[in-house]
Design a protein around this ligand. Structure first.
Ligand code: NAP
Ligand code: GDD
Length: 335
């Protein structure tokens, strides 16, 4: 039985990955931070077989002790400040967690395994490492679609921090021969997506409007385009990367982009509403520097990993609206 250690276990991807690995027969351990983390209860109810370890990406010692205690075969670093707008307000903290946090996890592995620089090229250390890199690194895109060789031009402190995380992963692979891979994942969504992200904000807003709990939905830039897929598909790509003989970098996405406006139209029309009667543009949700468009070229993931997305854009929208209708109908809050 293999053991996986997942940072960011309370997040969207952490939960899907844990579920997937448990299904494959893994022992799954997850890093949880903070005293009395409010997400612990939900996680324990949903995934009682996951072992939770207290640690924080800001605290090197806690990570060394987590890796040492768990003795994992695979480490998935999913923890981050992941909401782009927060990164302008807390730029330094974003750099610390989303950027330097990657270094701390790599260091924890290196220290526990006793790996040092010197004999480059040979593969040393047993633990395999996955870094959650992001299409946000492409930012102001230099070409469309984006592949593993497309230059980066990040547009937010979050994107800048992810570029650091990406290159420190490549560097530990090259310096220490670590089996360290980086998944450059495009936007992936689900009913477990945080309510602050645009897809879930829309599907939850649609459900609340349909149920008479809310009248309008305030959004920012409707022209932005994203390559949206289903998170449950994407965690399988993470796992596949760590099963390869050689570590590498992979772009993961559907290859199809839609605008925020198209997502809005699809979600409202699914419940028989006209979005123009409910959506209001609010400049507070417009970003200081926008990533206008992202489209993946996932050929390498398809050819080398055999990975394919299984969920279309329309299926994703319907899945999320249905889940939010059920979620909102079961809540006892007044309109
Ligand atoms: P998410 O739902 O926001 O989850 C983020 C996780 O990071 C949470 O479990 C959070 O824990 C944890 N975390 C934050 N700061 C931490 C710290 N100091 N120490 C330990 N844990 C900390 O994000 P997600 O959507 O699942 O994404 C997973 C990863 O993939 C992130 O790194 C994200 O940047 C990256 N990514 C996501 C997408 C996407 O479309 N979803 C695309 C590309 C890359 P708490 O519960 O304690 O806050
Ligand atoms: N959140 C939000 N709220 N976004 C809005 C809104 C709004 O009211 N109105 C328009 N948008 C636009 C944003 O300007 C952006 O262009 C797009 O919707 C998507 O925003 P998010 O859903 O917040 O995601 P993101 O693309 O910024 O970042 C997500 O994907 C990255 C991968 O490309 C996050 O999951 C990142 O962690 C991830 O790295």
């Amino acid at each position: 039985m293999k053991t996986a250690l997942i940072t960011g276990i309370t997040g969207q991807d952490g939960m899907y990955l844990a579920e997937y690995l448990l299904g494959l027969g893994y022992r799954v351990c997850g890093v949880i931070r903070g005293q009395n983390n409010p997400k612990r209860e939900r996680l324990e109810a949903l995934l009682p077989d996951v072992e939770l370890i207290e640690a924080d990406l800001l605290d090197q010692g806690s990570l060394v002790s987590a890796v040492s205690r768990v003795a994992p075969d695979e480490v998935y670093n999913l923890a981050a400040i992941s909401f782009v707008p927060v990164s302008w307000n807390q730029a330094e903290l974003t750099g610390e967690i989303t950027g330097l946090g990657v270094l701390r996890v790599l260091e924890a592995i290196r220290i526990v395994e006793g790996v040092s620089a010197g004999t480059s090229g040979s593969s040393r250390g047993r633990i395999r490492f996955y870094q959650a890199s992001s299409s946000e690194m492409f930012g102001k895109v230099r070409e469309t679609p984006q592949n593993e060789r497309t230059p980066f031009h990040p547009r937010s402190p979050y994107g800048v921090a992810k570029v650091y995380g990406h290159y420190i992963t490549v560097n530990y692979r090259e310096s220490y021969g670590m089996h360290a891979s980086s998944g450059i994942l495009f936007n992936h969504e689900s009913p477990r997506r945080g309510l602050e992200f645009v897809t879930r904000k829309i599907t939850n807003g649609v459900a609340r409007i349909k149920l008479g709990k809310q009248r309008e939905l305030a959004l920012g830039n409707l022209d932005a385009r994203r390559d949206w897929g289903f998170a449950g598909d994407y965690v399988k790509a993470m796992h596949l990367m760590l099963q390869q003989d050689e570590p590498d970098d992979y772009v993961v996405g559907t290859g199809v982009a839609h605008s925020v406006r198209e997502f809005v139209e699809a979600a409202f029309s699914y419940v028989g509403l006209d979005w123009r009667e409910h959506v209001r543009i609010d400049p507070r949700f417009v970003r200081p520097a926008e990533v206008e468009t992202l489209t993946a070229d996932p050929r390498k993931a398809r050819e080398k990993l055999g990975w394919e997305p299984t969920t279309t854009f329309e299926e994703l929208v319907r899945m999320m609206v249905d889940a939010d209708l059920a979620f909102e109908a079961s809540r006892h809050s007044s309109p």
